[in-house]
Write a protein that binds this ligand. Structure first.
Ligand code: ACO
Length: 428
């Protein structure tokens, strides 16, 4: 007989099934608790609530483990390309050579976007934050591919929508940046690989030749792999919940981009650099900002520190820290804010406040430093994160659809007024 939990409320006992995952993680299944007891569970921020079972990403925050489809993030970051990882996440296994070549060709084939999307882009004021532009452009794809509106279409049609999105996302991301700085957009160069093409669209200007530096393209490829999935985080849960209403793939991903935007999630890498710059402008006093971070009356938080699930170390941070050192070394960059970053890291890792709360540098503490070194402007950092997270969002959306999951609709405990008699305007 499978294991069960017992919940005692007053003199009543309720039996609850226990679900076990392939890595022996256990969960109490409370889905039928309300029907038998009238009780719901409450867990603001879903800190201890599983919303689904999933076969995509395994993460153990205590031991600092991250695997996509069973493969260690360390192996994938070192040995695979971003498009291989994209295939792995979405289709469940690593591609063989033939599958990989076909997939790469298909993605390359769809990089161009409809000229009318450019008209939409032109409607945004320059200076618009590229995350807002990207989210809008992704949503606008529903208008250009109306067949994508119905997620119940044949798997081939859904697959085409998926490939279009992977192919067009770098074009839309680079164009969002060009719009921000008021420069003409560059069209995709399909002779280049995924990251090199993106870099060229970002940085080429009509007046000069642009050669992609392979050191930069490789660093970018690695960064995208490290961000490719992270199980049920804020933006991924958003994608799954929006998709659970049978909204289209593009609508669901557009919502995920919005969720990623905030500084407590994907916006953290932008916030890290802004924080480091502010500390530099204020004289570079690390101790002052450490004190502010610990002061409960001060809203300042040390951006890039702490993580909802990693309470030991973030395995991505380890890989990326080394990559940051390599890239800065190879490019011969000496950035003064790096000294401030190192100072903060050194002090925080020994400070009781941070040690007791298990607050360690997360992936975004270092990703901003690499992006800055390779010339990506701060306002584009979160867009880079979205580019990396795209395959994870798609894989999770696809899994949610394949499992035929019910619409996401949490409950609440009401704490407002009891029934109140209505008084018309002149009686109030
Ligand atoms: N600086 C100072 N104190 C912090 C920080 C921080 N960066 N992070 C958490 N704390 C403190 C909290 O004040 C709280 O202290 P208390 O127990 O005395 O009240 C304690 O540590 C626990 O913090 P919570 O906010 O409850 O932890 P939670 O798991 O909800 O939040 C989060 C995690 C949002 C990432 C938080 O650590 C944070 O805001 N970090 C800075 C933003 C950041 O880097 N976000 C990127 C996350 S990674 C990603 O999205 C890819």
């Amino acid at each position: 007989m499978s294991e069960k939990a017992e919940l005692k409320v007053g003199d009543q006992t309720f039996e609850l099934p226990i679900i076990e995952g392939t890595e022996n993680e256990k969960a109490i299944d409370i889905s039928k608790l309300r029907a038998s007891s009238g009780l719901i569970t409450i867990d603001p921020g879903f800190k201890n609530t599983g919303s689904t079972t999933s076969a995509i990403t395994f993460l153990n925050g205590e031991q600092g483990i991250l695997r996509y489809r069973g493969y260690a993030i360390e192996d994938l970051a070192e040995k695979a390309s971003f498009l291989e990882v994209t295939y792995l996440l979405i289709y469940g296994e690593l591609p063989n050579k033939e599958q990989y070549n076909k997939f790469t060709q298909e993605i390359t084939h769809h990089t161009l976007i409809h000229e009318d999307i450019k008209n939409i882009l032109d409607g945004f004021p320059s200076n618009s934050h590229p995350m807002g532009v990207l989210s809008s452009l992704v949503s606008s794809l529903t208008a250009f591919y109306p067949e994508s509106l119905d997620p119940n279409r044949s798997s081939d049609e859904v697959d085409l929508s998926i490939k279009r999105l992977i192919a067009k996302m770098p074009t839309m991301a680079a164009w969002a940046y060009k719009n921000e700085i008021g420069h003409p957009a560059n069209y995709p160069d399909n002779s280049l690989d995924y990251c090199s093409n993106f870099l060229k669209m970002m940085f080429a200007v009509p007046s000069a030749e642009y050669e992609v530096d392979p050191v930069i393209a490789n660093a970018l490829d690695k960064l995208l792999i490290l961000h490719a999935d992270h199980e049920q985080n804020c933006s991924t849960s958003t994608v799954r919940v929006v998709g659970s209403s049978h909204a289209s793939l593009y609508a669901s991903i557009s919502a995920g981009i919005s969720a990623l935007w905030g500084p407590l999630h994907g916006g953290a890498n932008q916030a890290v650099i802004e924080m480091l710059e502010a500390i530099k402008a204020d004289g570079g006093d690390v101790a002052k900002y450490m004190a502010k971070a610990k002061d409960k009356n001060d809203p300042f938080r040390l951006m890039g520190f702490g993580h909802r699930v990693y309470k030991n170390f973030d395995p991505r941070a380890k890989i990326i820290k080394k990559a940051a050192d390599d890239v800065l070394d190879k490019l011969g960059i000496n950035d003064p804010i790096l000294e401030i970053a190192k100072g903060l890291e050194e002090v925080a890792l020994k400070d009781d406040y941070f040690v007791e709360r298990k607050l360690y540098p997360n992936v975004d503490f270092y990703s901003g430093i690499i992006y800055r070194a390779i010339g990506i402007p701060t306002s584009m950092f979160t867009v880079m994160f979205a580019l990396g997270r795209l395959p994870g969002w798609i894989a999770q959306w696809k899994e949610m659809r394949a499992n035929n999951e019910p619409i996401g609709r949490p409950r609440q405990v009401y704490t407002g007024s009891n029934l109140t008699s209505f008084k018309s305007l002149d009686q109030r």
